[in-house]
Every structure is written in structure tokens, then in C-alpha cells.
Design a protein around this ligand. Sequence first.
Ligand code: 13P
Length: 341
Amino acid sequence: MSERLEDIAARMVAAGKGILAADESSGTIKKRFDSIGVESTADTRRDYREMLFRSDAMKDYVSGVILYDETIRQNAKDGTPLVKLIADAGAVPGIKVDTGAKPLAGFPGETITEGLDGLRERLAEYYQLGARFAKWRAVIAVSDVLPTTTAVRQNAQALARYAALCQEAGIVPIVEPEVLMDGQPGDHSIDRCYEVTEFVLKTVFNELYEARVRLEGMVLKPNMVIDGKNARKASREEVAEKTVRCLKATVPAAVAGIAFLSGGQSDEEATAHLSLMNELHKPVWPLTFSYGRALQAAALKAWGGKAENVAAGQAAFAHRARMNGLAALGQWKPELEKAAA
Ligand code: 13P
């Protein structure tokens, strides 16, 4: 019998663990590899991800891994499917199913995330390949005048249609409406971020209700409430307090859990913010991480595309995963970073 959505979702937000977002599209992973001077080929992408999935940190701190279409079909160098490496480490394999944010016609500066056509059939195939959760990311730009209600509503409707199709397929949807911190102009205040995030989450949960999505069988992946990257002023405590306040005002208690994106925060900021939320504000849902950049940046650098650096890359990944695992329990302290350096 297939596993219940509620049980999969509970495994994804298990105490002291979080999600590794390794679902960079071919374009995005090329940018990451360019930054370390490594050519992006099917084999280098496989080698890099195999390094992460074989790390010891997986079984202790990683509850799930989000994959890209190419990766869910790839085998490790010795022929073992990468999905099997993940499942053997006790983590849930997941898959990014949107096909990207495209310009929204008639709304300059805003996007609509695509990927609904044929999604039922793709989900059935991904289930066969081992995926038990999926991800869809809507992108919301912020300025004095953006977002428009049209862009927010249309993205929320797409998220809701995606989530309903996932649940029909026995797959837990990660619902990700990202209010950008590092978009243009990126100079908005934390209070502007609060206001936009509140409106976006209210709209998303209304659409999820209209689409009959079961909240107990989904995970929310939101941004933190934080000022734009070109106007960073808010303290770590303020980010933690305003983020939890905004979530309490908008997210029903029935939601299985919340796993944040890092969105361009530094590694340590992303960890510190999560830890403070859990330590000081004790929210009703499990609050954990679903980080891409903030979990991988150090490992990518330490690896540098060289086979002899695999152990160093795994050590860097293990350190970040452990720091974030502690943050998910509200137990991270800045001294722990120095101890490892
Ligand atoms: P970042 O943590 O790098 O923002 O990526 C998370 C993610 O999966 C965005 O969709």
C-alpha cells in the first residue's frame, strides 16, 4: 500500500532534519559551476551530486532531497541509481516539477511559473522513479508598486492546481511562493517584505482551499520576512520575530510543516535566523530548512570539481547540514561555527 501523504510530510519535517534543495536547473547549475571554473556536463553534475548524497551528513540531518529531472534518472559512477543513494540514507527523494518562471504577459517585471500542461502524466512517471514529494516555485517581485494582485493571484492558482495534482498522485507538494529578497531594485524594507509576504500567503492558502488541497499532506516553503539585499538593516532577532508573526497570521495550523528557502542569505544568516525562530518563538508547525545555496556553497567551493577534494567537499557539506540541523531544533550558536573553522 502506498504511504499516506501525512506520513511522508511528517518524514520531510522530522525533528533536527531538513531538506537539501539540489534541484538547480541545467542553467542554474552551470552558473554555480562557472563560479568555481568547472565545466557543466552530465558527468560533472552527477559527480557533484553523488558527492553530496554519499555524505554521512545525509542520514543525520537530511530528511529529503529535491532533484532535477536529469538527476532523478542518473546513476552514480558505480551504477547505483542516485535515488537509491538518497533512500538508503533514510531521506525522501523529491522532484522539481515546474518548468520555470516566465514573463507574465501585460505585467512588466512580473512572472508566472509554468509547468501545468501534462503534469498529471509527469507526476505518474516521477512516482515510478521514486519521488514521494515535489516542488513548484512561484516568484514574486517586490518594489514600491509590485507585486500586482493579478500576478499574485495567478501564481497562487497555479500553485494550487499543482498541489492538487500532486496529492492525487500520492506525492506531497512543497508549495513555494518566494517573495524575492535579491530581486530588483532589492532596496525594500523588512516591513514592505512583511506586507507582501502576508498578502501572498493569504492568497495562496485561499486558493489551496478552493482547490481542495489537504493541508496535512503538504509542506510550505516560504521566504523569511527580511529586507531587500541592497538595504539590509534588520537584526537577526527582528527577522526571526517578524517571520514567525507573519506565518502565524497566515498559515493554518493544519499544515504539516514549514521549510524555508535561503533566497540569497549568507550561510550563517540562514542558519541563525532559523535557529532564533525555533528558540524564541516556538511555532505550532515544525520549522526547518529547504536550502539550496546556503547548504551547498561551501561544499561546492571545497570540491572545486576535483576527485581528490571529494572528502573536503563532504566535510564542508556535513558542517553546514549539522549547523542547520541544530537550527531546526533552536540549538545553533555562533561559537559552533568558529569551533569548526
Ligand atoms: P535557495 O535556498 O538557494 O534559495 O534555494 C532553495 C530553492 O529550492 C529555491 O527554489
